[in-house]
Design a protein around this ligand. Structure first.
Ligand SMILES: O=C(O)CCC(=O)C(=O)O
Length: 316
């Protein structure tokens, strides 16, 4: 399949999404630009306390889901992240985009250390960039509708200096990168020894449909954020992040990735490879964070690896 075989991206919010009045403007921005934020999830002192605990727990990988050094899915063993994925504000926004029935299918830990490079522009729809196989497969919408939404939360200041997210607004409607493409270098050149490339060991520019593509500077938006804030985006909106130009300040962020329940996650796969590592899916399951699952194509996990149910704690 080549880029020209793909249908025009659908890029619509779900027909059964319910948009509360107080976030209507944010959802309109999302539909237009492909991202919305910053959105406050935690007070800055709460975020600072959380990241302290998360960093301590990050060192203990005895109950982590995967035996590799890529920090995926630590919501299974870091209690603060087990709760975070079900944060009520996150769920409110996701329901307004994806509809009522939602799974968290992955989390990724994104520390950006002093001196780290910019994360290069990339555009992701089904995550086949990693190994050539789609990791997501919608069953009830065009594969290029909003099938996957990322909630990227920073627990430290995310500024132009410490590394903030950047987006090419409106690019979710365009084919800038073709992640299914057989590449000269992009996928095959994954370099585990030098994982500090512009895209965590890959060369994403090799997936570019037009090698000479550059964003229109007027469309580039850098989103600076305070600790405890999130930006919500479709990874089909071309995005990246600025370098960390500081000498001492590490930026810590966590990305939660969510799909509506009709989307198959890791279809017909018992394991997958990405970023030079193998992920055994034997203990894997998506987490139902809203609504119900009416499909039998999912592995679902109701509790984390400490046998604590995934849920946002009730007040009181
Ligand atoms: O955290 C970063 O610097 C990049 C994150 C990113 O590209 C993503 O969440 O898809």
């Amino acid at each position: 399949m080549t880029a020209t075989d793909y249908p025009t991206p659908a890029a619509n919010i779900s027909a059964n999404a319910v948009v509360p009045d107080d976030i209507k403007a944010d959802i309109e921005n999302f539909a237009k630009d492909g991202f919305t934020g910053p959105i406050k999830l935690y007070e800055p002192d709460e975020a600072a306390a959380l990241i302290r605990e998360i960093r301590i727990n990050n060192h203990d990988t005895s109950k982590a889901l995967y035996r590799n050094s890529v920090n995926y899915d630590r919501h299974f063993d870091i209690p603060e992240l087990s709760r975070h994925v079900a944060h009520p504000t996150i769920i409110k926004y996701l329901k307004a985009i994806l509809g009522p029935d939602i799974l968290c299918w992955r989390t990724e830990w994104f520390p950006k250390f002093p001196g780290a490079k910019a994360t290069e522009w990339h555009q992701v729809r089904d995550y086949s960039y990693a190994n050539g196989k789609p990791q997501l497969l919608p069953t009830e919408s065009q594969w290029n509708a909003y099938i996957d939404i990322t909630v990227w939360t920073t627990f430290t200041p995310a500024t132009k200096d410490t590394a903030c997210m950047k987006f090419v607004k409106g690019s979710q409607r365009d084919w800038i990168f073709d992640e299914r493409k057989a590449t000269d270098q992009g996928r095959n050149d994954y370099n585990v020894e030098q994982a500090n490339t512009g895209f965590f060991g890959y060369d994403f520019s090799d997936f570019a449909v037009d090698k000479n593509w550059e964003p229109n500077p007027e469309d580039v938006v850098e989103v600076e954020m305070k600790p405890g804030e999130a930006v919500i985006f479709t990874a089909s909106c071309v995005h990246g992040s600025t370098p960390n130009n500081t000498e001492r300040e590490t930026r810590f962020a966590i990305a939660g990735r969510y799909v509506p329940t009709h989307v198959r996650v890791y279809p017909d796969q018992d394991s997958f490879t990405a970023h030079g590592a193998t992920f055994d899916l034997a203990e894997y399951g998506s987490v139902l964070v809203a609504g119900e699952n009416r499909y039998d194509h999912h592995r679902i996990r109701a509790a984390n690896n400490h046998d604590v149910p995934f849920a946002w704690p009730a007040k009181g």
